[in-house]
Ligand binder design. Sequence first.
Ligand SMILES: *Cc1c(COP(=O)(O)O)cnc(C)c1O
Ligand code: SF4
Length: 336
Amino acid sequence: MAESTLRTAPPLWQADLRQAFRAVSDLLEFLGLDWRSAPFEVQRNPDFPLRVPLAFARRMRKGDWQDPLLAQVLPLGLEGDVAPGFTLDAVGDKAAECAPGLLHKYTNRALMLPTSQCAVHCRYCFRRHFAYEDLPKGHQAWEAAWSYLEQHPEIDEVLLSGGDPLSLEDSRLRGFWERAVSLQQVRTVRLHTRLPIVLPSRIDARFLTLVREMTARKTGVMVIHANHAQEIDEEVGEALRELKQAGLLLLNQSVLLRGVNDSVAALKDLSQRLIEVGVLPYYLHLLDRVAGTSHFEVEEARAKELIEALRLEAQGYLVPKLVREVQGEGAKRGVS
Ligand SMILES: *Cc1c(COP(=O)(O)O)cnc(C)c1O
Ligand code: SF4
């Protein structure tokens, strides 16, 4: 291929993203699962639509309704359950919005939401009800956010979140990352993303060049999101090793989910797998109490028991911090 063709061809990961499963029936067929044999009610056309990249679906066990990866993405009838305390804005994000697309909840950190897109739709996600229509569109619309950051020198870290910031194409992501790096007071730029897990082809040579350029200027931290060891196959492991080599500090956050990772063995296995590919376990979140997710909840007392048991049988660096987000508090609250 001539070099000019190489340069203009759209990156392969965008095709992978477009080809993600969007119909429940297609995903079930791929997995060799028959509606009629389902041990629970499955929604065919959920409001929060199904989205699962093929690379992620390939790591699911065929023919297994209880697969821990499938459980994170399959829309169940249980989502219709009304549970007390499970609300539409469970983490109180709206109150923290200080400029369009910018959340300033914790003193020295501000969180920017450059996109509402995710490569995967996680059923337990607190963003499933977020008012994304309000996100700024176009360059000019972000000026209020940047000027807020300039006027707040106490903010020394900018977090890019979403949605998933890696679902932006490189040129747009570069725009945000470069501008954050250029703020004088900023010492670290952090990206919260699940793409390296669910769409490892996103971590291509072009993206790694961007990472090297940015981390040469300011420290870069990437917080990935894996909930189960089975999510980290060889391809994902390779992508993560490359991100580390390109200069990022890699951390993982998980959500404690019933039927997915609510055992000491599953948590330990996940942490060990993360360490093998250069990622430090950071947070284990108690579920945000968002409408439609109550079937995933693990009780706080049980969560504490699990973490305590993990502490007894694993090295300290394998034990993530158990946290819960509490509305109006200045930091995530440790639970111990
Ligand atoms: C979680 C979160 C952060 C980052 O918190 P850390 O404890 O530093 O990981 C920042 N802003 C918002 C709105 C958050 O929800
Ligand atoms: S990738 Fe993250 S933000 Fe997107 S749906 Fe999953 S948990 Fe939510």
